[in-house]
Design a protein around this ligand. Structure first.
Ligand code: ADP
Ligand code: ASP
Ligand code: MG
Length: 412
């Protein structure tokens, strides 16, 4: 058996019949060059998953669970079939595999399932028969045969998990840009392509909103030391790409290195006032949000001077705002927290500068403030860690704030 090669093609790369044929042509050239152990992971065509979400919401705005995942997984099923047929038109034998056929087993958390185990026999047995495996990304199956999905953007994670299961040398993510840039190239046209990134920085960038990679695929890559190569589906230049891999110490070790600026437009904020000074209240609130799978991000907790009660502000994904408000109001009624008020803000964005050794650089917060306030941009919240500084601004200012921080930390 030749070395396993795992390649993922994203939604835009498969967005039209011409593009699917072009991807099939690339795979066929590799096959003819002698690469016989090919596992190709596909996403739904661009826009398709959004269309399926909208269809489900048109019949039930709160659709979730098994039926919801069944609908969303359909987009990848179509892509598997289309690419398989295009490969056959190239004279190759394709083995189309949905998650339940291959055995991509997950837990039962619908819309955010985690992969537990992947069977590889169907792929390797197919290779022995001369087939190319074409596998549906994003979807999984529970031990009870229920269809699950891994969360939006999750086919990157399917691909890295399959690369790990097959002990491939690396996982190739083919997309519509040349790799990971210092900022979203749609917002900053002169952003620079990053040649190589360590897992930690790549994970922060992915988690903080650079959509090019699903955060969990980087997490998996780091856990199993699986190199991830991000490249453009439609270029043949082998050297224009980003490699995500363990980074050896470099001569830049002691310098402030800002790898990139990320932009997340889906930020909501909740402000709770009139909280009693009873530590159980806050932990119960966070617990109830945690039970709903709602991630709490930047937290500001203070006791205004001269007041008896506490104030708590925190950010969450804007599409979790409604569920979070409902959960907190119910909890307040149930526990008798009188005087507690909840205010929700949507229309915010979080801009972050990500790089090694942020905290040991005293000037970072000051430079961030100056860069933004000199442009008249109001900062709602700010948080720092070893590896990033994040600011929350009005969504309408997201592009200008990204540009200002890119200019300040990365350069024009
Ligand atoms: P795919 O369908 O191939 O998975 P995605 O749309 O999920 O592709 O991700 C690619 C997009 O991510 C790019 O078109 C780009 O606009 C966006 N993006 C955001 N931040 C970055 C970044 N720092 N580097 C590269 N692309 C980014
Ligand atoms: N099709 C899914 C989505 O749009 C998964 C992916 O593209 O990775 O979220
Ligand atoms: Mg994607």
């Amino acid at each position: 058996m030749s070395t396993p090669i795992v390649q993922k093609y994203g939604g835009t790369s498969l967005g039209t019949s011409e593009r699917i044929k072009s991807v099939a042509g690339r795979i066929a050239r590799q096959w003819r060059a002698g690469y016989r152990s090919l596992a190709i992971v596909v996403s739904a065509q661009s826009g398709e998953t959004n269309r399926l979400v909208a269809m489900m919401h048109s019949v039930n705005p709160e659709a979730s669970g098994l039926a919801y995942d069944m609908a969303l997984a359909a987009g990848e099923q179509v892509s598997v079939a289309l690419l398989s047929a295009a490969l056959e038109a190239e004279g190759l034998k394709a083995l189309p595999l949905l998650a339940h056929q291959l055995g991509i087993y997950t837990d039962a958390l619908h819309a955010r399932a985690r992969i537990r185990h992947i069977k590889t026999d169907p792929i390797t047995q197919g290779w022995a028969r001369g087939t190319v495996a074409v596998i549906a990304g994003f979807q999984g199956v529970t031990s009870d045969h229920e269809i699950t999905t891994l969360g939006r953007g999750g086919s990157d994670t399917s691909a890295v998990a399959i690369a790990v299961a097959l002990t491939a040398g690396f996982c190739e993510i083919n997309t519509d840009v040349d790799g990971v840039y210092t900022a979203d190239p749609r917002l900053i046209p002169h952003a620079r392509l990053i040649e190589s990134l360590d897992y930690e920085t790549a994970f922060e960038m992915a988690s903080l909103g650079s959509k090019v990679l699903h955060p969990r695929c980087v997490e998996l890559g780091a856990k199993f030391q699986m190199p991830i190569i991000v490249r453009n589906t439609f270029t043949s230049d082998q050297h224009r790409r980003t490699r995500i891999m363990p980074q050896s110490a470099s001569d830049t070790l002691e310098e402030l290195v800002v790898s990139g600026i990320t932009t997340d437009r889906q930020i909501g904020k909740l402000t709770l006032t009139g909280l009693r000074q009873d530590s159980a209240v806050i932990s119960e609130i966070f617990q109830s949000l945690g039970n709903l799978g709602i991630n709490v991000d930047i937290i500001v907790h203070d006791k205004p001077l001269g007041e008896q009660s506490l104030r708590l502000g925190f950010t969450i994904a804007s599409n979790d705002l409604e569920a979070a408000c409902k959960a907190i109001t119910e909890l307040a009624t149930e526990k008798g927290y009188t005087g507690l008020t909840v205010a929700a803000d949507s229309g915010l964005a979080k801009i972050s500068a990500v790089g090694v050794g942020m905290r040991s650089y005293a000037g970072v917060a000051g430079r961030t403030f100056t860069a933004l306030t000199s442009q008249g941009i109001v900062i709602h919240m700010i948080s720092t860690s070893e590896i990033k500084i994040s600011v929350v601004v009005d969504e309408a200012e997201a592009t200008r704030a990204t540009q200002a921080l890119h200019r300040e930390f990365v350069g024009e």
